[in-house]
Ligand binder design. Structure first.
Ligand SMILES: C[S@@+](CC[C@H](N)C(=O)[O-])C[C@H]1O[C@@H](n2cnc3c(N)ncnc32)[C@H](O)[C@@H]1O
Length: 333
């Protein structure tokens, strides 16, 4: 996956404003901040840190958001998404990803505590000439001090829920769910901590009559959590030369690990969501003559399956299947 050219240009313009040495330093600080996962103070306090986020984190969070939104389209192909509410929006990453996936999107509201992000997001919207982002409501709001929101088809909390204290996160989740007329999407880093936040939210949402659309093909307790494991996925992104210079390494891509959840309002969307299929929850083992899958099943368990060359059509499909894809039930007999 590649960031749209106009976003890459916008990032470059912002990072060009910052002294190179300060940008490198801020990139290191940001990596240390997220590694320590102590969110009692904001990650971004300076222009250099903001530029570092744009250069090294935004492409990854954009990639994860776009991948998750594409999952809504494939699991609920007939459900229109006309409005988006983004909580902890940063510079509008999820909105920029959503416009790539949902042709039907007409209105957006973005809530963010940091006024500088809102200013930047609005400036980008004008530069990129993206009407929906120009007409969007960009609102400064601290999610810890109570959330007021109107109903939107899709509510997104991307890489923000885990930065809130637990009681605030629970309150925001309840409110976000009440404002989601069709879907609620949560995205967190693909770490044990990120997954724990997603899994706790999943339990709370199921208790509130949510239908889990993805990644889980069932509503039972998470079998990976029960096994002391954590459910996460990976999105490959092209790296720019600036990204390589700032983060080091020679590879032309990076793999962003993320955990996510798509919950739907069951009463509204029952007929629009396709029946659940097993999901590939690890990198498939692609060997000569056979492919091995670890699958989370609609029955609520994790099973291993091997597809051999002798099953011609299934083997061809298995060679193409990736971590995070669904895998047809018909091969599960
Ligand atoms: C890791 S960034 C994610 C930004 C964006 N959602 C993305 O995916 O790129 C976390 C964002 O949450 C915002 N945030 C953190 N705590 C917040 C709070 N209490 N109220 C509102 N926004 C908050 C931060 O300012 C930051 O923009």
């Amino acid at each position: 996956m590649r960031l749209p050219a106009e976003l890459l240009d916008a990032i470059q313009r912002e990072t060009d404003k910052v002294d190179r040495r300060k940008l490198v330093q801020a990139t290191t600080q940001l990596a240390e901040y997220y590694k320590a996962a102590d969110f009692s103070t904001p990650a971004i306090a300076t222009e250099a840190q903001r530029a570092a986020y744009l250069a090294v984190r935004l492409p990854a969070t954009f990639g994860a958001a776009r991948r998750v939104f594409s999952e809504i389209r494939s699991r609920a192909p007939h459900a229109d998404v006309g409005s988006l509410l983004d909580l902890g929006a940063g510079p509008g990453t999820a909105l920029f990803a959503a416009v790539e996936e949902f042709q039907t999107l007409q209105q957006a509201t973005l809530l963010e505590a940091d006024a500088q992000w809102l200013t930047l997001g609005k400036r980008w919207a004008a530069q990129i000439q993206l009407p929906i982002a120009q007409e969007a409501q960009w609102l400064q709001q601290d999610l810890r001090s109570g959330l007021t929101c109107k109903a939107h088809d899709l509510v997104v909390i991307s890489y923000a829920l885990g930065e809130l204290p637990q009681a605030a996160a629970e309150a925001v989740l309840r409110k976000a769910w009440s404002c989601a007329s069709k879907f609620l999407v949560l995205i967190e880093p693909g770490t044990r901590r990120g997954f724990a936040a997603v899994n706790a939210a999943r339990s709370a949402l199921i208790a509130n009559a949510a239908m889990i659309v993805a990644p889980c093909p069932h509503q039972s307790a998470c079998p990976m959590a029960a096994a002391g494991d954590w459910c996460h996925f990976s999105q490959r992104l092209e790296r720019t030369s600036q990204h390589r210079q700032l983060k080091g390494g020679e590879l032309g891509y990076e793999d962003e690990k993320f955990s996510y959840l798509i919950a739907a309002k069951a009463g509204v969307l029952q007929g629009d969501v396709l029946p659940s299929q097993p999901r590939i929850v690890r990198h498939p083992g692609k060997h000569s003559g056979h492919v091995q899958f670890s699958l989370c099943t609609p029955q609520g368990g994790i099973v291993s399956r091997t597809v051999t060359r002798s099953s011609k059509a299934a083997y061809k499909a298995a060679r193409k299947a990736e971590w995070g894809d669904t895998w047809p039930d018909s091969t599960m007999a």
